[in-house]
Design a protein around this ligand. Structure first.
Ligand code: PHE
Length: 336
């Protein structure tokens, strides 16, 4: 038995040394070290060895198995490194690695996050709604009946008679109010669509709607919230002004301007020499909107505002053509 073991050891060592590649190595493993291999076969005969000899032979067998296994691992490592060397031939490993550029958020997403972050800091909850909207939520619930002249301003993409791509995020006012009771403090960011395209308009752009409904809400509350927003978004010294305007779903309504961030009020091309830039539309929610969602307008009042993200980003970064956002030119996008 001892001779048989030693013979097997020599035979295996010679075979291992002759192995040239990985498949040869696998054949070797199966033939000698596998469960049905030659070594196991010899080991099964250990039972026939006399009691006195068994510990010695057993120890020898274990030692031989260990040696074979460690030689096997060494040969495997040698073959691996040989493969690597072959693959590396002709490659200059001292060259610097290939640079994989990091992606980052699109400037519109960055501004969107920033705007939402400011309102979340003021306690507003975030809600999202569908881009494909019904005529009811986009117009009727907002006090814009069929044939109302305000519909002309919206350049609507219609899917069919009663379904359209939302032209603003204001339908979210009606959707949320219909489901919930005041007090409400909500912002609704998202995409909106208008059939319009030039250097200040793209057929798809982003808005953030904001509204707050509670008891005794006045224009002063609107002014307070928007002043905080402008101070955080631009800089705390940026002047702000409210200009009377009209929206069917707010009364009174206003458009809000900030002092031109480019010329600081001196007058330039961006502000068309007025010193002011319009940034959003707002107002106190029209009692008519409350009636449609079943709120008592004697008990509750609230304000709403809507701002365009691309526009804010253009003002913040001094960009003069809105289409740049959507041309996917990395020379433009990587600047932010
Ligand atoms: N929805 C209006 C627009 O897109 C903006 C607005 C929102 C005005 C909320 C008043 C209140 O022009």
């Amino acid at each position: 038995m001892e001779d048989e073991l030693l013979g097997l050891k020599n035979e295996a060592s010679t075979a291992l040394a002759a192995v040239e590649n990985k498949s040869g190595l696998e054949d070797f493993r199966v033939k000698y070290l596998g469960r049905k291999g030659l070594f196991s076969a010899v080991m099964r005969k250990l039972g026939q060895v006399s009691k006195e000899d068994r510990p010695r032979i057993g120890k020898l067998a274990n030692q031989i198995k260990k040696d074979l296994e460690s030689d096997f691992s060494a040969q495997l490592a040698a073959l691996d490194s040989q493969t690597l060397t072959t693959q590396m031939t002709g490659i200059d490993s001292t060259l610097p690695g290939r640079h994989v550029p990091f992606g980052k958020l699109h400037p519109v997403s960055q501004i969107m996050d920033e705007v939402c972050g400011i309102f979340e800091g003021l306690g507003f909850a975030v809600a999202e709604g569908p881009d494909v909207e019904t005529d009811f939520y986009n117009f009727e619930a907002l006090n814009i009946p069929p044939h109302h002249p305000a519909r002309d301003m919206h350049d609507t993409f219609y899917v069919d008679d009663k379904v359209l791509l939302r032209t603003h995020t204001s339908p979210m006012q009606a959707r949320i109010m219909e489901k919930e009771r005041p007090p409400l403090r909500v912002i609704a960011p998202g995409k909106v669509y208008r059939c319009d395209s030039d250097i200040t308009h793209t057929p798809m752009f982003h808005q953030v709607e904001g509204f707050l409904v509670d008891r005794k809400i006045s224009f002063a509350d609107l002014k307070g919230v928007l002043s905080v927003f402008v101070a955080k978004m631009f800089d705390s010294k940026t002047p702000i002004r409210f200009r009377p305007s009209f929206f069917p779903f707010t009364e009174p309504s206003a458009e809000i301007d900030i002092g031109c961030v480019i010329c600081h009020g001196k007058g330039c091309r961006v502000c068309k020499h007025t010193g002011w830039l319009e940034i959003l539309g707002a107002g106190l929610i029209d009692p008519e909107v409350f009636h449609r969602v079943g709120y008592d307008s004697e008990e509750f009042s609230g304000f709403a505002f809507g701002l365009g993200i691309e526009r804010i980003a253009m003002l913040k970064y001094g960009i003069n053509d809105i289409r740049l956002y959507y041309e996917n030119d990395l020379r433009f996008l990587t600047q932010f």
